[in-house]
Design a protein. Structure first.
Length: 455
């Protein structure tokens, strides 16, 4: 990708002209390695333009993400014949994304071009959704459609890992440290609006085609729109400026990937986050399946819960960002974790005729979850040193991904083993899914104490 017009391109000084010429190449030349620290920073006006482009990219990408996770992906898997075990596998697949962040870290250190890595990896990954959407319409696949879907999803997750690593390192350098809470609060608010509208629209479309007995066409439409939005986001991303970094002619893989484990504060963060991934991931793949199969919820209703969460987070995000800048990410994180301890019980205490607990869960998800997701990302950006940052991000992803992988498989095995088992708990009966929800709630409480003491 070529560097786009920036303020320095109108400067006649020889130093700026030389820097401009070095930044025009996609694969850095050996001369790039000679850049001094002052030349590795972008002018404030270029940074401001990059942050605006990142916000636009987030808005577009959220449409894609919102359709490829949660109820819509679960519903599509069920359409292809997925059972509890396959749903657990889908929940475990993000581990591939985290593992492949090491590939992204190596490529980043070797070539020094995070923008190209992000654009190509994300573009290919998102395009695979179009192939998945076509599976129900391909004759002769029969039972193989589900296996092909899982394979494509695994490939997509692997590519996401490469893109995510490069993007996190890129944004760590682009966003000024003192503005991260405020900036991401605003960016996440814009993304919340996008999530709200896309979830509602996709739910209405799916329910309309579901009522007509043509679920496959409904998925093809919403997946098609998601792919278009995702590719548009990649195009915007290709225009976003990247602070230059020094590529290395030779990368010491042993030193590169062992450094994060030797960094005490970063290692502590990584293992604590892995525990969090375990206690949340064991239940996460089954919430929407429970809503569809046990509570009999329509896709529009499920989308409405997402709309409520997005609407609330749209209001809370800026305040959370300012709190993070003022009080620190760790304090806000611990408070937010305590706020989500009871949320899984909203699903347990809901019935097809009584959904108030689930509405409350949606509201408080919008209040507390932003402080967790953005808090962990801010801590990674803060504790990963500039030198070898990609490897630190990859290590964090692999360790937390291992927790997600173990949680997804464990949840799938436990849910399959329990089958139709029911356990009475006062006025409610816990089935295979709601037992996992209860375990997740207890695990969240334990992790609040871990975060408070270890971070």
């Amino acid at each position: 990708m070529m560097w786009r017009r920036a303020d320095c391109m109108v400067c006649p000084h020889e130093k700026c002209m030389n820097l401009r010429n070095r930044l025009r190449t996609t694969i850095p030349s050996p001369r790039t390695a000679q850049l001094d620290p002052a030349e590795l920073k972008l002018p404030p006006s270029v940074v401001a333009r990059g942050l605006r482009l990142s916000t636009i990219e987030g808005l577009l990408t959220t449409v894609y993400v919102n359709v490829t996770v949660g109820a819509f992906l679960t519903g599509f898997a069920l359409l292809l014949g997925a059972g509890p075990f396959e749903l657990g596998v889908i929940g475990a697949l993000p581990f591939l994304s985290q593992l492949f962040q090491f590939v992204g870290a190596y490529l980043e250190e070797r070539f020094g071009n995070r923008r190209a890595l992000t654009v190509w990896s994300a573009g290919i990954s998102r395009s695979l959704l179009a192939v998945m959407a076509a599976l129900p319409f391909l004759p002769g696949l029969a039972g193989a459609a589900l296996a092909i879907f899982l394979a494509l999803l695994a490939l997509s997750q692997a590519l996401v890992g490469i893109a995510a690593n490069a993007w996190t390192s890129w944004m760590s350098d682009l966003v000024p440290p003192r503005q991260r809470g405020t900036y991401f609060g605003v960016r996440n608010t814009v993304c919340a609006v996008s999530a709200m509208l896309s979830a509602w629209g996709a739910g209405v479309v799916l329910d309309r085609y579901r009522a007509a007995g043509n679920d496959a066409t409904g998925y093809a439409i919403i997946f098609g729109v998601a792919v278009i939005a995702a590719i548009a986001g990649v195009i915007v991303l290709s225009f976003q400026p990247e602070p230059p970094m020094r590529p290395k002619a030779r990368v010491d893989l042993g030193a590169l990937f062992s450094a994060p484990l030797r960094h005490v504060r970063f290692r502590s963060l990584s293992f604590a986050a892995a525990g969090w991934a375990l206690v949340t991931g064991i239940a996460a793949p089954f919430f929407n399946a429970y809503g569809i199969q046990t509570l009999g919820l329509s896709y529009t209703t499920l989308a409405l819960f997402g709309v409520v969460t997005a609407a609330v987070s749209m209001v809370t995000q800026p305040y959370i960002g300012r709190l993070q800048d003022r009080l620190g990410d760790r304090r806000v994180l611990v408070g937010s974790v305590l706020g989500v301890v009871l949320l899984p019980w909203g699903w347990v205490f809901s019935t097809p005729d009584f959904l108030l607990p689930l509405w409350l869960t949606s509201i408080f998800s919008g209040v507390f979850w932003p402080g967790i997701t953005q808090g962990l990302l801010n801590l990674v950006m803060d504790r990963a040193p500039a030198e070898g940052r990609g490897a630190f991000v990859a290590s964090y992803g692999a360790i937390t991904g291992l927790g997600t992988f173990a949680a997804g498989l464990l949840g799938g095995v436990v849910a399959s083993a329990l089958g139709a088992t029911l356990i009475g708990l006062g006025p409610v009966a816990l089935d295979q899914y709601s037992l996992l929800f209860a375990f997740s709630s207890l695990g969240r409480l334990a992790m609040a104490l871990v975060f408070a003491r270890r971070l």
